[in-house]
Structure formats: structure tokens, C-alpha cells
Write a protein that binds this ligand. Structure first.
Ligand code: SF4
Length: 178
């Protein structure tokens, strides 16, 4: 069953609704996310289940996966990221156009997980900013869906000007991203 899209707040009458542009854009963006699945290991299998018929990420308007960073706005990182893979992940992030969001799925993407070793990145937030973390090893599809819902909340409530704000530019600068 599809998720119902809630009605926008605003001033309404017969045949019209007046609302703010931020709210209209937020609603449209929230319900048309294009995820880029960056899956390197077992958590990727849980993502496959999340896309399949039982859990069906398409109910939330996010079934159009993109394997091109330039046509994606939600980077979903699922799996162990080795230090050698780090620069590749960062390049993918940098190639995505603004506005973009990042979901770290599972213990490995979030903290390195059980791989506390010299070759594994101890969390992707060491190289790119993360918006939402999903715990678990592996997280169940319900948890991945919950993470996507949390991203949707952020997307809906984000001001269109946030990406130009000094705070956001400072955040990117702290990662050495221009
Ligand atoms: S968090 Fe667990 S299930 Fe997910 S990639 Fe790491 S080891 Fe595999």
C-alpha cells in the first residue's frame, strides 16, 4: 500500500491553497528521493530486501535508484568501507548535486562496526557529513525504512536556503569540501 502524502498547511478555500514555497518544495523533495545505494557488503543484502515487495521502499516515493551520483540526492552507505574505498566514497559524495543527504546504514558505515582494524574506516563521518545513522549489524529492513523516514523529516523541514547558510558551508569546510 502506498504511503499517503499529508496535506500541506496553509490557507485554503474552494479550489485553492496558499502556502509557503519552502513547504511545497519540502513536500515534493521528501516524496521523490532518488537514492544512490553505495553497498559494499552484508548490509547491502538488507537493502535489497528493503527494495523488494515485502518492504517496498517505493511506497515512500524512493524506488528510483540511481547509480549515477549526478542524478541522486540520497547517498545510502551500506557496508564496511575500507580506507582504500574512502576516497571513492568521498568522490561520489562530491559529485552529487545539492541538496543532498546521507544515510549511514549499519554499524560498519556508522563506526567501522566489528572491524576495529587498521584497514577499515571507523565511520564514514570521518570523510563526509552524515545526516542519519541506522544502528544494527545488520539493521533489519524496518530499521532502514525508519532511517529513510527520518531523512524524509529532515528533507521536508529543511529551508531552501540552508545549503547557502554559513553553518552549512562551515560544515563542508570542516571536511575540506568546497
Ligand atoms: S554492519 Fe554488520 S551486517 Fe552490516 S556490513 Fe557491517 S558486518 Fe555486515
Amino acid at each position: 500500500m502506498s504511503q499517503k502524502v499529508e496535506k500541506l498547511d496553509g490557507f485554503e478555500g474552494p479550489g485553492f491553497l496558499a502556502t509557503s514555497l519552502d513547504k511545497a518544495v519540502g513536500l515534493a523533495r521528501k516524496n521523490s528521493l532518488w537514492p544512490l545505494p553505495f553497498a559494499t557488503s552484508c548490509c547491502g543484502i538488507e537493502f535489497m530486501a528493503t527494495m523488494a515487495s515485502t518492504y517496498d521502499l517505493g511506497r515512500f516515493g524512493a524506488e528510483r535508484l540511481s547509480f549515477s551520483p549526478r542524478q541522486a540526492d540520497l547517498l545510502m552507505v551500506m557496508g564496511t568501507i575500507s580506507k582504500k574505498m574512502g576516497p571513492v566514497l568521498r568522490q561520489v559524495y562530491e559529485q552529487m548535486a545539492e541538496p543532498k543527504w546521507v544515510l549511514a546504514v549499519g554499524a560498519c558505515a556508522t563506526t567501522g562496526g566489528i572491524f576495529d582494524t587498521y584497514s577499515v574506516l571507523q565511520g564514514i563521518d570521518r570523510i563526509i557529513p552524515v545526516d542519519v545513522y541506522v544502528p544494527g549489524c545488520p539493521p533489519r529492513p524496518e530499521q532502514i525504512l525508519d532511517g529513510v523516514l527520518k531523512i524524509q523529516e529532515l528533507v521536508q523541514n529543511e529551508s531552501r536556503r540552508r545549503r547557502e547558510s554559513p553553518e552549512y558551508l562551515e560544515l563542508l569546510a570542516s571536511y575540506g569540501i568546497e
